[in-house]
Every structure is written in C-alpha cells, then in structure tokens.
Ligand binder design. Structure first.
Ligand code: ADP
Length: 400
C-alpha cells in the first residue's frame, strides 16, 4: 500500500481536532474532534464517508485517551499503512521558527520555552505532540507554526514603540497569527488570478472567532494586525482587539480590577459579545439585525466592520500596489453583510462590491465579488489543515 497521507493534529486545552489528509490532492479521508477532555463527559467524533460516529472516551479522559481511540480506528480501517507522518499545529514559534520543523528534543524544549509568549496555547500543543509521539512512535512528527509566515515582516512593522531592550531581552514584538491561513489564501489568490506569487500584492482578512489581516507582497508578509498575542488588532468574537493601553491602568487603579479580571474582560467578555450584549456569533447578530433591527447588534457589527476597513486601508502604507483583497474564515467566507459593510468604506482603494456575486459566494464557494472595473475582492475558503499536511509532507521528503 502507498504511504500517502498525513495526520494533522490541532490540540486545545480540552479538545483535539484531527484530519487525515492526502497532501498531494488535498483529499480529507477523515476528520474529527475530541472534546470536553479532562472531564468524565469526554467524547470523540469521527467523520468519514459522510458518516459521523461519536463515542465516549474512557478514563483518564485525556488527550492520550483520544489518540488511543483514534489509533484503534485508523488500524480498523487500515489507514495506519498509509500514514507518512503527523503534522502538528503549534501556535507560537517566536523568532526561532520561520518554517516547519521536525520535532526533536531541542524543538520540544524551544516550544516549551516559548510558552512564556503563548501560555494558553504552546503547553497544550506540546501535550498533543507528546501524546502523539507515544501513539505513533515510529512516525516523524512535524511542528507547523502559526507565527512562521509572518517572520518576513520588517522591523518597522514588528517593533512596538517600547524601549528597544524589551525586544532584545524579552522578545516583545509583533509576531502575528493565522499564518497558515494567510499563506494559503494568498497562494490561492495568485493562482486564481494567474499571477506568479512573486508579483502578487494582496491584503488577506481572516475573519473567524479570532480575526486578523495581513499585507502580503510577493508571497511575503509585510505586516499583520495581531501582535505579541492574538489579542491585538481587530474587534473579534469575544476579544477587544487594540485599545488605549491606558484603559488597563484605569480599570486596575480606578475601578479595582485585578489583572486576572482584566485578562478575562479583554479576552472573553469583549468584542462582538461585549458590545452587542447578545452574542459573539456573527450569525446570531445578523439574525437580530434582520428580525427586529436590534440596535446593539447593529452597532457591534458596524464597529467590527469599520475596524476591518480601517486596517485594510492602513496597509496602503505597507504595499507598493494592490491587486486585491481576500475574505476568509467563517465570517469572511459566509457573511455577505460583513463584506458589504467593509468594502463600502473602501472606495478610495477602488473597491466596490457586486451585490449579486456577494450573495452568491458563500458556504464554501470561492470567487471575485468585485464590481467590474474595480480592484479584486475575493472570497477564498481557507484550509489550514491542508497547509499543515502539505508542509509536513514537503519537510519529510526534503533531501530525498
Ligand atoms: P474559528 O476562529 O473558531 O475557526 P470560524 O472560522 O469557524 O472560527 O468562524 C466562526 C464565525 O463564523 C462565527 O462568528 C460564525 O457566526 C461565523 N459564521 C459561520 N457561518 C456563517 C454564516 N453563514 N453567516 C455569517 N457568519 C457565519
């Protein structure tokens, strides 16, 4: 049997997402999610051939239990004979990694050390890597970093207006996230426009629960909206995005917030949820606007869209020309309302939307939704799992 597929693992604190992908074609053979891990309610759902199977996980209900269940399933369907390697999504690669890495002891230690910059993500990514090393001890494990694609940013874009020694001694700088998604849709944009990537100038907007925008010139990221952490930049589902830093002092000194309370406020209680006081979910807000003209929902969506427009416009300072913009992520791929509101404010960039194309390009469809004669405005579904599978495949084949 040919060895032709990669298992992609994306590990969260209480979840583990996985897909089995043929990197050369992008075909997904199976996918699934283990959730509520570390509780006695833990379960795993595997989707294959249009069918979904959910099972409860046995004690100790952890990432290892989820992987053992998955391994048994892979053996049952003889997929283990086709497995080439395991590709792991790792959130923070710091300045150490600008491309995928074969997981060695040194790489594991570096990911661990980088937990200081991503305390919510890197430790759980490591749990996934370690559990997977036990489950698939004979296979290469590859780490693909969310920050890697943004490592080409110049210092002017990645340094903050802080004392330089904070960068030198403590690595405080902009890193950016969603790198695999920005990379994927910018490559797709070039392909769909029959342009070599070296001659492509594009702004990509990844709008999901987390949201970020990147300016990409010749296939290289030159600026992006997320920073040291994924809290900076746009208003998101529950994250505030960029603020006057003075607000933090005001909350602590005048209003008596603790650091933990500020952390929770900015990460979990703000954004679309905080402004609308209804939901962090774009669909719920759209329904509230459509059904009863809910003012809070409308205001939240307006602030959300205005910030996206402003960020896109600000990248006029980063690019030498603009071939087009791209919308991706759950909101970017599906919300014609958000796309319309964002683009309506960008007339100075010669952007204008074709209403019919905007409504028709949803639910997995890709295409240019710009009015004729205007700058390209594309909807391109992202596929981060495929990028991880492909980069894993390329790395293990290097030198062969
Ligand atoms: P994550 O960042 O967790 O991967 P997704 O990329 O799946 O998130 O995006 C989730 C967001 O996409 C939610 O706000 C959801 O409301 C929005 N979304 C999904 N489908 C639609 C739709 N049909 N219309 C509008 N928004 C949608």
């Amino acid at each position: 049997m040919t060895k032709d597929c990669v298992l992609v693992i994306n590990c969260g604190s209480s979840s583990l997402k996985f897909s089995l992908i043929v990197p050369q074609s992008g075909e997904t053979l199976l996918s699934g999610l283990a959730e509520r891990l570390l509780s006695n309610d833990a379960s795993i759902t595997i989707k294959m051939d249009g069918e979904k199977n959910t099972s409860r996980l046995p004690d100790p209900f952890d990432h290892q239990s989820a992987l053992s269940h998955l391994v048994a399933f892979l053996y049952q369907h003889k997929f283990e004979q086709r497995l080439l390697a395991i590709g792991h999504r790792v959130v923070h690669g710091g300045e150490n990694y600008s491309k995928p890495e074969l997981v060695t002891e040194v790489v594991e230690k570096t990911i661990e050390a980088l937990s200081a910059l991503a305390p919510l993500h890197n430790p759980v990514n490591l749990i996934g890597i370690r559990a997977s090393k036990q489950a698939f001890s004979h296979l290469p494990q590859v780490a693909v970093f969310d920050t890697a694609f943004h490592q080409t940013m110049p210092k002017t874009a990645y340094l903050y207006g802080l004392p330089y020694k904070l960068y030198e001694q403590h690595s405080i700088r902009r890193y950016g996230f969603h790198g695999t998604s920005h990379y994927f849709v910018s490559m797709q944009f070039a392909q769909m426009n029959n342009k070599p990537i070296e001659d492509t100038h594009v702004i990509t907007a990844h709008l999901g629960n987390g949201c970020s925008i990147a300016a990409i010139e010749g296939g290289q990221c030159v600026d992006t909206s997320m920073g040291l952490t994924p809290l900076e930049g746009l208003v998101m589902g529950t994250r505030s995005g960029s603020l006057d830093p003075g607000i933090v002092f005001h909350l602590c000194k005048q209003l008596g917030y603790s650091i933990e309370q500020v952390d929770s406020l900015l990460n979990k209680e703000s954004g679309l949820l905080g402004i609308s006081e209804i939901s962090n979910d774009c669909r719920t807000l759209e329904e509230a606007i459509e059904n009863d003209g809910n003012e809070h929902a409308n205001l939240a969506m307006d602030i959300f869209c205005y910030q996206i427009s402003k960020t896109i416009a600000s990248y006029s300072a980063s690019l030498s020309k603009l071939d087009g913009i791209v919308f991706t992520g759950g909101i970017g791929e599906n919300s014609s309302l958000v796309r319309e509101r964002v683009v309506n404010r960008l007339k100075l960039l010669n952007l204008a939307i074709d209403n019919e194309a905007n409504l028709a390009t949803r639910f997995g469809k890709s295409g240019n939704i710009a009015k004729a004669g205007h700058t390209g405005c594309w909807v391109i579904p992202t596929n981060e799992e495929w990028v991880i599978a492909e980069q894993t495949y390329q790395l293990i084949n290097e030198g062969n």
